[in-house]
Design a protein around this ligand. Structure first.
Ligand SMILES: [Mn+2]
Length: 196
């Protein structure tokens, strides 16, 4: 059975509808009103073998902050809902992804212990019209709403677009690994405490 969730969230700042399918690599359709984030989420979904159908609009006439943060909230909530009691999942995931001169490592634990360690520094504040500082806000919101421990490290790199792509791809790949089903668990949660 495919693991799926749909989230609808509407505030005075944003309106987002998101459907996540962890077990489909059919093409995603992502329309957030922010082209840079569409591009990043598309890469994340493709390399993480998940399908995301997303339509979102926010008060980007102010700036992209509310929209990007709320996208993280919605994706995190969808992920939490999709995984339920976390029966049979591998729980830990890790991916190191290069893009030309850039190398990014993402390590995560679907732990119900929300935490973000984000060690990524950009030499510029923006790429195109996008505020690169918002990437941290996105992953913080995602980690706290999904209940995952998330470490993102820039190991080397210069070019902001390369670094951003490597972050989102590595997250997708690490998440895919962590959410794979492990047959030796026989459907039990992957914890010696019996509960996550
Ligand atoms: Mn690109």
């Amino acid at each position: 059975m495919a693991r799926k969730a749909t989230i609808e969230r509407k505030t005075k700042e944003t309106a987002i509808t998101l459907a996540l399918n962890l077990d489909s690599s059919d093409p995603s359709s992502i329309d957030t009103g922010i082209p840079f984030i569409n591009h990043m989420l598309d890469l994340m979904a493709a390399h993480g073998f998940m399908q995301i159908q997303l339509k979102g609009r926010g008060d980007t006439e102010i700036d992209d902050h509310h929209t990007v943060e709320d996208l993280g909230i919605c994706l995190g909530s969808a992920l939490k809902q999709t995984l339920g009691q976390k029966e049979g999942i591998r729980r830990y995931g890790e991916a190191t992804v290069p893009m030309d001169e850039t190398l990014v490592r993402v390590v995560l634990d679907i732990s119900n212990r929300p935490f973000l360690a984000y060690r990524v520094k950009f030499k510029k504040i923006t790429t195109g019209r996008f505020d690169l500082g918002l990437i941290k806000e996105f992953f913080r919101a995602l980690a706290f709403n999904a209940g995952i421990t998330l470490h993102i490290d820039l190991l080397s790199g210069e070019e902001p677009h390369h670094i951003s792509e490597a972050v989102f791809k590595a997250f997708g790949k690490a998440l895919d690994q962590a959410t794979r089903l492990e047959s030796r668990l026989n459907g039990k949660p992957p914890s010696t405490k019996g509960l996550l």
